[in-house]
Ligand binder design. Sequence first.
Ligand SMILES: Nc1ncnc2c1ncn2[C@@H]1O[C@H](COP(=O)(O)OP(=O)(O)OP(=O)(O)O)[C@@H](O)[C@H]1O
Ligand SMILES: [K+]
Ligand SMILES: [Mg+2]
Length: 675
Amino acid sequence: MNQKKSALSREIMQNAIKESFLKLDPRVMIRNPIMFVVEVGFIITLLLTFVPGAFGGATPRWFNLVVSVILLFTVLFANFAEALAEGRGKAQADSLKRTKKEITANKITGNGVKTVSSTDLRKGDVVLVSQGESIPGDGEVIEGLASVDESAITGESAPVIKEAGGDFSSVTGGTRVISDQIKVRITSDPGESFLDRMISLVEGAKRQKTPNEIALTTVLTSLTLIFLIVVVTLPFFGAYLNIEIEVPMLVALLVCLIPTTIGGLLSAIGIAGMDRVTRFNVLAMSGKAVEAAGDINTIILDKTGTITYGNRMASEFIPVGTETVADVAEWAAISSVKDETPEGRSVLELIKQQGLSYEAGLADGGEFVEFKAETRMSGIDLKDGRKVRKGAVDAIKKWVAAQGGAVPADLDKNSDSVASAGGTPLAVAVDNRIYGIIYLKDTVKPGMRERFEQMRQMGIKSIMCTGDNPLTAATIAREAGVDDFIAESKPEDKIAVIRREQAQGKLVAMTGDGTNDAPALAQADVGIAMNSGTVAAKEAANMVDLDSDPSKIIEVVAIGKQLLMTRGALTTFSIANDIAKYFAIIPALFMIAIPEMDVLNVMKLGSPMSAIISALIFNAIIIPLLIPLSMKGVAYKPVSSARLLSRNLFVYGMGGVIVPFAGIKIIDLLVHLWV
Ligand SMILES: Nc1ncnc2c1ncn2[C@@H]1O[C@H](COP(=O)(O)OP(=O)(O)OP(=O)(O)O)[C@@H](O)[C@H]1O
Ligand SMILES: [K+]
Ligand SMILES: [Mg+2]
């Protein structure tokens, strides 16, 4: 394994070296105006190496050559940083492409099963996938239950259960069924699958600069332009004082003054940030989403499947009034015969387990009423005209009241005792009569309390939004330690909460897995869908967590903050650096003409030429020296942003001033041996 890893990193390294030369193409370089200026400087000094008098100056050939070689390396180092950052993603994309081979699929047609190629499948086709077969495309399980090996996508070797209905129904093309058989409705056309998107993402094929990056690039480019004007006009002032400043000296001065350090590392920092998220098994659809994660103030989570395990299972039938357990079980079952959600199926399971029975024939010819997050009910309209429903207690109460029915006196007491244990009570009714309650059990995932505590330290408020009743919500909220909760929320309520927070100028993250979460995932600044969730949720979100672990939002936030901080710290460092280079070069330029300028030589550098060469060498090697920091990001601890900012300004600002003074001095001691 280790051997394989080092072979991989050797391959990435070799590729990055090759790429650094390919990226010298001016059409590529122009995208990074700062390094493009350095490249032009390289070409000018190279020309002066061959034709020393081209601009009338008289610097020695060897000096022009040395400057031109250092500038070439400066550009190569910057290209190398970017290529290295891109390398890991490209390697990962290659291994994903191997997963994406063409396979045969069993398509269900009007007259039986037909064998077709996976590339011929279109949205809406239905395929049958059995034990041992690969799933030929993204889709939704419409019948059956199977355990699926998703390791090709998630890297996680434990199989996951996929089943029709509910929030665990989506399957990804390229994963493998390892037991049982499922019918899958394909949800994506060729070329638009999750795997295709994932490949183009990790490959960085569609990488766009984020708004933050564009803003910083604009500032840095303007700064470069200002220095360019200063340097180009300098000879005119020099001429007035009868001082001739040579072109290679001007090029050296310009390169030292413009922010080459951050200019050379900026794109590597962004790519590496995205890559850190990917290595965390979270797919971010854009760098913008990762940066936004770094500034999140509020996080909205749904309860079932996010804070709790989410396999809400029926565990008890509780009669109310004068009804019996058998009656509740009977109508609970009838209302569930066609309910494909895990909750619905668990009702029939419980009946089997408890040795109860029901008259299945009653449901024949009835009209199934599917569960909807809006109605929070499901059931069946029987052929004989009776309507059977189960659902959230308040929803059933309203439904029964609308038909003139009365609510049994002990309903609330029973449903409250289920809810205060953290369970979900579902009321069962036929027409205007309530029979009792189904107790759906669910448990809070371990470690949630600590995670929310960490979020508080980062200054992030957590709000749990659930379709469940207020009492269940309160119990789970207390157990999990969230800051706030909203119960009985419908999909539009989740959006309303997000909009309300956004209106207060807050950046909002939302995690969810259900189809009913999709609109809210799209509205949030950062929407993280669980990979286990529905196709709709994954398409609406701008991040997908392959491990389906909602508490991972903490790490995503940390990576986002780290990305912003790294960029800020290196910008500070880069600009502070230029002060030392300025003091190294300016005296050197004038000393050639006016030896008395030596008083300005505060750094006591060997000779004007060795001063310039040393400053340029420092300017070049600082880029590769800072590659590891750009890739790893600066250290991040969950403390307030203000304290972090002042600490970083101090460290990278002061460091940025001191390090080059020392560095240039040391390099000069060596260079001066020859120059
Ligand atoms: N199959 C079902 N049949 C009838 N009612 C159901 C069914 N599943 C859930 N309910 C009821 O509808 C409510 C809302 O369920 P839903 O799964 O939409 O919750 P949600 O909004 O996703 O919230 P969360 O996932 O945070 O708990 C549940 O609290 C429950 O009372
Ligand atoms: K510079
Ligand atoms: Mg849900």
